[in-house]
Design a protein around this ligand. Structure first.
Ligand SMILES: [Zn+2]
Length: 120
């Protein structure tokens, strides 16, 4: 299947991120240039690895002010951008790979394609 572009734009990426982490960002407003913090997912607080309990997990662990956003839940657009660009780069690579494969598959005869059980 042709790889689908994951986000139309940086703002689209932000909206989907906010939707995915809606539990953490509920009741929070972000202006156009404010983006949810990637470390705390917009919650403003984080757990520390050393508080992790093998049975209880983070259930009883204390919360700490997020060191990336200092508890504001927000980061600058430029801090968020690399995450978006990473996903787009991955998508471009997958698409290029898919296109390369399609090119090769088209050279095969229908019998060869059937043998490989592939659909072009
Ligand atoms: Zn944060």
């Amino acid at each position: 299947m042709k790889p689908k572009r994951p986000y139309r734009s940086l703002q689209d990426c932000k909206q989907k991120y906010l939707k995915d982490w809606s539990y953490y960002v509920r009741n929070k407003r972000f202006t156009k240039n404010e983006f949810p913090c990637l470390k705390c997912h917009g919650y403003g607080k984080v757990h520390k690895d050393e508080d992790y309990d093998t049975i209880e997990g983070y259930k009883l662990a204390p919360w700490y002010t997020c060191p990336q956003c200092q508890g504001t839940s927000k980061i600058d657009i430029e801090e968020f951008r690399p995450r978006y660009e990473y996903y787009i780069k991955q998508w471009r690579e997958n698409l290029a790979e898919w296109q390369k494969r399609q090119k090769i598959l088209k050279k095969l005869t229908p019998a060869e394609q059937k043998f490989l059980a592939l659909k072009v």
